[in-house]
Design a binder for this molecule. Sequence first.
Ligand SMILES: [Zn+2]
Length: 324
Amino acid sequence: MKRTTQIGLSFLIVSIICFTRTFAQDTSVSTTLFSLPDRPQPSAILTENNVTIELYFDKIAQGQAKLIHVFGPELVGVNMLFLGNLIDFWSVTNDGYYGLISVNMELPPNSYDLLIYGHYQDGTQATMKVTVPVSQGEFIHQKIELSSDKVYLADPSVERNELALLESITSNLTHEMLWDANGFRIPLDATLASPFGAFRIYNGFAHSRHTGWDMKAVLGTLLGATASGRVVFAGTLDIRGNYVLIDHGYGIYSGYAHLSKILVAEGDTITAGQIIGKVGTTGRSEGSHFHWDMSINGSWVDGIDFTKLWIPLPILGATNAGNS
Ligand SMILES: [Zn+2]
């Protein structure tokens, strides 16, 4: 049994969620303004053959992640195929299935097909096709001068190797909800500095993209985990220096770079806000600051933007509902 439906998102006029980029380099915006977002209204709803899809976006900008909700009687699982990646949804008690769709910062703006599969106990599936418009991100350009002892870190092969290592980890989509009722928060109460996605040129020749956000922070400042999860990397890298990478489940990872001290080890289970290290200036850094990465489904995404995204959280004190 195969049922196919298509939604043309480009016809949607009303956008309930509208994230505009207002941060520039050395902005004085403080992360203390952050609080957990409220559940928004979906931007589009499609019901076909007893399966309902709610889209919490009308388009996705480069470097963003967005939420999709699918529910219907007798569904036993939901997944989706986007840009060649098969991504599982997690189940929420009495509230169907939720999944995150992400777009990397370099994907050319265009419309891309998203296939959503609803699975039934008897092995049949419903297939829904959605067209997802991807728009240009707003990214700044930066020129950065590395001191002579660090110029070797501008070598594109050093960066390529490091990204390949990290992406070999972050492309593993753990089928387990490791975040908890505290949700996802910016790991440090600090002034934002260099933004996610910036086009960078090091010493006039080496082109690079900024995979995360930089924040101003003095040496030794304690860093809390953005959400609960499991440490999947804790070690020293060329560019990120002392680095901690945490798996939050279902394709969500957070990374903490340039640390002066790592206070966790690979395999550790981490609670939200737990201190995982101290701010430093190790790796490709010219002064004490904190660099924060977020990756979803193998793509680096804007972590500040992600923390503004409403996603369902387990009820405080209950066991996680999303395991499947
Ligand atoms: Zn950085």
